[in-house]
Design a protein around this ligand. Structure first.
Ligand SMILES: Cc1cc2nc3c(=O)[nH]c(=O)nc-3n(C[C@H](O)[C@H](O)[C@H](O)COP(=O)(O)OP(=O)(O)OC[C@H]3O[C@@H](n4cnc5c(N)ncnc54)[C@H](O)[C@@H]3O)c2cc1C
Length: 304
């Protein structure tokens, strides 16, 4: 039994944990991954827009956050595989059989994950040509022909980045028009190494032990097009990690948790903070701020 259970150790969860500690609430943070940090671990560029800390990468900022949490002796359980959550009872059951209860409240801080294609070959060839990130895995992808999937800023940015080190980059987008900003669209059009295929959908990623190609279905055609590539980067947006909660608390049409200005969900004493509850403007600062708000609300009620 703890005062507060926090699910997720990204910026939001870590901030809430730090505040709970400061406010004298005993807290347990349950993190699915082997390490804390959430999306900060995916940022390979500098982060200069979080007040008070400017770092070369997201991981560096994560290290600052984690060091501060450690100093406060935040109780963090990594590789915590949650089997079930009973939010009304403020109880969390792990696959290991352990059960935890937050007597003052539960804070959900599970953030976002990259949207996947869910096609054959994607999971099987992950890390063997299907790359998580163009910036993070540029050295591995260098010299290969690659396919980037998506039509927004992230896809365009990845394609442009890869075109510096790859002989051929095929950008595949299911819509008729790219939604990437104009500057990116112009640079894509001007780059001789980049081919843009619109109204095209990846059906399959091909390869025995490494990516060898992709199979694409083009609008209005029945015969699939196969192109030989040795790398695939998927950039089709993000989706909220709400599976465990969405049948218990109110969520919007995209699965983001609806909260009050106090970060409270539709269940009393259950809070949601950070990107999971912020479909409009997700930021590190917003996540950190929401963590502080939730902790303060819980502490104020608990002391009454
Ligand atoms: C490439 C990139 C660049 C960015 N650049 C910036 C920037 O410059 N400035 C800025 O302000 N923001 C930036 N962001 C956004 C910023 O990283 C997020 O807004 C922030 O990380 C959100 O924090 P969070 O704690 O809400 O969620 P997350 O960071 O997503 O953390 C959620 C945590 O919950 C864990 N979790 C998920 N499901 C479970 C479960 N079932 N059980 C236990 N744990 C679980 C996850 O493993 C993760 O550790 C960027 C994001 C990306 C991807």
């Amino acid at each position: 039994m703890h005062d507060v259970l926090i699910i997720g150790a990204g910026p939001a969860g870590l901030s809430a944990a730090l505040w709970c500690d400061e406010l004298g609430l005993s807290t347990l943070v349950l993190e699915r991954n082997g390490e804390a940090g959430g999306q900060l671990l995916w940022i390979y560029n500098s982060v200069k827009n979080h007040l008070g800390a400017s770092t070369g990468t997201g991981r560096e900022m994560r290290d600052l956050f984690v060091a501060q949490a450690r100093e406060a002796k935040v109780d963090l359980r990594a590789r915590a595989e949650i089997k079930e959550v009973a939010l009304e009872e403020k109880r969390v059951l792990l696959r290991s059989g352990e059960s935890f209860e937050g007597r003052a409240g539960v804070i959900i801080a599970t953030g976002l994950r990259r949207r996947r294609l869910h096609v054959p070959g994607e999971a099987e060839l992950a890390g063997r040509g299907v790359a998580e990130s163009a910036s993070g895995e540029r050295a591995t992808l260098a010299g290969r022909d690659v396919c980037v999937v998506g039509g927004g800023d992230a896809a365009a940015e990845n394609a442009l980045l890869l075109a510096k080190v790859c002989p051929r980059v095929v950008l595949v987008h299911r819509g008729r028009n790219l939604s990437a900003r104009r500057e990116f669209r112009e640079r894509l059009g001007a780059n001789k190494r980049i081919t843009v295929l619109t109204e095209s959908v990846i059906q399959r990623i091909i390869g025995a032990s490494e990516v060898e190609g992709v199979e694409i279905l083009r609008s209005g055609r029945t015969d699939p097009l196969q192109i030989n590539v040795q790398g695939v980067v998927v950039r089709i947006g993000y989706e909220p990690n709400t599976e465990l909660f969405r049948h218990q608390v109110r969520v919007d049409s995209r699965g983001f948790i609806c909260v009050t200005s106090e970060q409270e969900t539709s269940i009393r004493h259950v809070f949601a903070i950070g990107d999971i509850a912020n479909p409009i403007g997700p930021t590190i600062s917003g996540a950190v701020g929401a963590g502080a708000t939730a902790a303060k609300v819980i502490a104020a009620r608990f002391s009454d």
